[in-house]
Design a protein around this ligand. Structure first.
Ligand code: GLA
Length: 741
């Protein structure tokens, strides 16, 4: 048993291979948190950890229990209004307006495995990986409201999944005003809060700040998880780094408005809350109804952030991502977007596809502009039928020609959107999200469909299905290019309007669910103007995501490096595009562009038909190289070495290592070259110290410990400047490391 329960003391000890999570039922019937961190021995009780101190100036739970001050307690799922003045994990309002609740422990249920959550996407244990699920049932007798706190441990990845549900067994209508997926109270505040923040085209840059008294949080109210903040955050000891130290990771299996918050209180205790953003949220619970939160993912290690990313990444691959694709190598692709934008015809595309085939690429992805009468971004969203002037011989025929070339065929959709200039809008103007009596705010000349309406989901399913059937589609890039404004739904009552943001994303999941189940072999890549919805909710359906609209190699180093903390590289779409780069105008070599893009799901996004013969040859060689090492690039253990968010950011490096440590590829990148510098000794990581390796086919042999501790001198990076016409700015070097048999 890895979940140990001391029935007498009502103590719950969740043990994973390397961590312990301990809580108990307190004297007031609520749950008290005792410990989360490195694994400790199981004991019947931890009286010392449960010590309380008497304070004269703090509210008491009851007069006779003179040492139970809610504000001093570390709790599992705290309320507001009964003496704990920190932000609560939830709030429920009665018909009479009271927001006071008193949940008391009723019972627990312990089962092996992990069930899929009803009506929600969730993590799973379909392959017998020793998961166990503990449900703690609490009840507020006055309200007849039952709270289920669910904990699943995935012992081998050191992951704990938490979620909460509220079930109204009473007689009055209740409103859930907020409901976190998880709360964690830690006894001190000597942590750095590490968040991944940015904007369109510069997503998930790492920001690290020490915790301070008060509240620090990240979140979104955009209807998506957003470019600006990501639901993945960490709390790390100040000395922790990629290679060493104590660190907690938190993420949310959700794609809508979220909030991750840390509150440091007067005693320097830290409360972490992760879940749906309580702003713009409320859920009405009629008698008999249940509300289930999304799941939160918690993980801990004392072995540094690389280890944390690896264990969480392994967990997603086994227990979250669509298993049809979780372990399957992803195809190399050519996407026409940055090459043609919407200005293309059949002949041009076929020329493109033939060249792609010649160069060894495996899939042709046709991006925006193939449907309705779309030649610009001012029309046709919602009209998911072919743009006939562009495909006079029929779309099925075009798809056949792509398939006949021996390429897979992929297509861009933006299902959740509607243009005013569309057939769909003519027929269903009420499907466009808007508030009564207001004008709808445009963004990118487009508007959002009301995904809370089942008829919208039905329409999209049937329109998309026709195209998928007609083209025998292999891949869909599902885009979402604007945020939601005037959030309101014509089909919800005035009372239910605050349910809209959550219902919207549930509608999106429903459409995904139907498509994935009907077309199990179609690979989905999610996208939201690049990385605006790069989250675990999307990953459940779409095993990969377009990491950013910024394809500049230097920008991508930061974006992919930042993203790698929370998400494994097989989730990151990474393409080589043209120079000067479309987003920043920077010129980098084709070599550096591919050296960055290799560490993800590789492809090209430029006009390969216009490249010189020499460049085409380079593309051919790069594609062959990637395919030869694809397993390693996509599924190898990922290590960050030089962090571009530290030390002035001039150098970045990372590495992938095979599970058996026989193969590794490291990439080292520098922004600006400097004159007259000393040796660069580059130390790789993750090898077997006792194995001998060669590097880039060298004749010299190196023990793993030498490569990891003494390093390799990279003098050819410096030689690149003097007397050559090559710039050593934005230069990069790959080290292909192979064990000697
Ligand atoms: C978004 C995507 C791009 C491309 C365009 C098409 O910006 O991120 O990759 O598909 O939409 O309009």
């Amino acid at each position: 048993m890895t979940i140990r329960i001391e029935d007498q003391n009502l103590l719950f000890h969740l043990q994973t291979d390397h961590t312990s999570y301990i809580f108990r039922v307190m004297e007031n019937g609520e749950l008290g948190q005792l410990y989360y961190g490195k694994r400790v021995h199981a004991k019947p009780a931890y009286d010392n950890l449960a010590t309380k101190t008497w304070h004269n100036v703090a509210a008491l739970w009851r007069q006779e229990q003179h040492d139970l001050h809610p504000q001093l307690l570390k709790q599992e799922y705290a309320s507001l209004g009964k003496g704990d003045f920190r932000d609560p994990a939830y709030q429920v309002t009665q018909e009479n307006g009271s927001r006071i609740t008193e949940f008391k422990y009723q019972e627990y249920q312990l089962v092996d495995g992990k069930k899929h959550l009803k009506g929600q996407l969730s993590t799973f244990d379909d392959n017998g990986d020793d998961a166990q699920t503990l449900t703690i049932v609490l009840k507020d007798q006055l309200l007849g409201l039952v709270m289920n706190l669910k904990y699943t441990i995935f012992p081998h990845q050191d992951v704990i999944i938490r979620s909460t549900s509220f079930q109204n067994q009473g007689t009055e209508k209740l409103t859930v005003n907020s409901a976190a997926s998880a709360q964690l109270d830690l006894p001190d505040a000597d942590y750095d809060f590490i968040q991944f923040s940015g904007a369109w085209a510069r997503e998930r840059h790492l920001i690290r700040t020490h915790l301070r008294s008060g509240i620090q949080s990240v979140g979104s109210l955009r209807g998506t998880s957003s470019h600006q903040q990501n639901p993945f955050v960490m709390l790390a000891r100040p000395t922790a780094s990629d290679a060493t130290g104590s660190v907690y990771g938190f993420n949310l299996v959700y794609s809508g408005n979220f909030r991750d918050q840390v509150q440091v209180d007067q005693y320097d205790a830290s409360r972490i809350l992760v879940g749906i953003n309580p702003q713009e949220f409320a859920w009405n619970l009629k008698p008999g109804e249940t509300f289930q939160t999304p799941e939160a993912v918690l993980s801990y290690t004392d072995a540094g952030m690389n280890q944390l990313s690896q264990q969480m990444g392994a967990f997603y691959q086994e227990h979250l991502v669509n298993q049809r694709f979780a372990h399957e190598q992803r195809p190399t692709l050519i996407n026409n977007w940055e090459a043609t934008f919407m200005d293309f015809d059949e002949a041009k595309l076929l020329d493109f596809a033939k060249t792609a085939k010649k160069l060894g690429l495996e899939m042709f992805v046709l991006d925006d502009g193939w449907f309705g009468h779309r030649n610009n971004d001012d029309s046709s969203l919602g009209d998911w039928f072919v743009n006939e002037p562009k495909f006079p011989n029929g779309f099925g025929n075009f798809a056949n020609q792509i398939h006949d070339l021996g390429l897979k065929f992929g297509l861009w959709f933006e299902p959740e959107m509607i243009s005013i200039d569309s057939e769909l809008y003519k027929q269903h103007p009420d499907w466009l999200i808007n508030a009564p009596g207001r004008h709808a705010s445009p963004e990118r000349q487009q508007f959002v469909l009301d995904m809370t309406r089942p008829e919208v989901v039905d329409y999209l399913f049937s329109a998309m299905s026709k195209i998928i059937d007609m083209t025998k589609l292999d891949y869909i890039k599902w885009d979402m290019n604007r945020n939601i404004t005037e959030t309101s739904s014509g089909q919800l009552s005035s009372d239910d309007q605050l349910e809209m943001p959550h219902r919207y994303i549930l509608g999106v999941y429903q459409l995904y669910d139907r498509l994935v189940k009907t077309y199990p072999d179609v690979l989905f890549e999610s996208c939201s103007s690049g990385g605006g919805r790069f989250d675990l909710g999307m990953m459940y359906y779409a095993p990969q995501a377009w990491t950013s609209d910024d394809t500049d190699a230097v920008e991508r180093m930061m974006i992919q490096f930042g993203t790698s903390y929370g998400y494994p590289q097989m989730m990151m779409g990474a393409h080589v595009s043209a120079v000067p780069n479309d987003q920043v105008g920077r010129i980098t070599s084709l070599e550096t562009r591919s050296n960055v893009a290799y560490f993800g799901d590789f492809g090209y996004e430029l006009d390969i038909t216009k490249m010189s013969a020499e460049e085409q040859q380079q593309v051919k060689e790069q594609t062959a190289f990637y395919k030869a090492h694809r397993q390693l690039f996509q599924f190898g253990k990922f290590y960050r070495i030089d962090n571009p968010f530290e030390n002035g950011g001039n150098v970045m490096s990372w590495e992938v290592v095979s599970a058996d440590k026989q193969h590794a590829i490291a990439g080292r990148y520098q922004l600006l070259n400097r004159p007259n510098i000393g040796y660069i000794r580059f130390k790789v990581v993750g090898l077997d110290p006792d194995t001998k390796y060669i590097v880039n086919g060298s004749t010299e042999e190196f023990y793993g410990d030498e490569l990891m501790n003494a390093g390799l001198v990279l003098d050819d990076i410096l030689k690149a400047t003097h007397g050559t016409d090559r710039s050593a700015d934005f230069s990069s070097k790959l080290l292909v490391i192979d064990a000697i048999k």
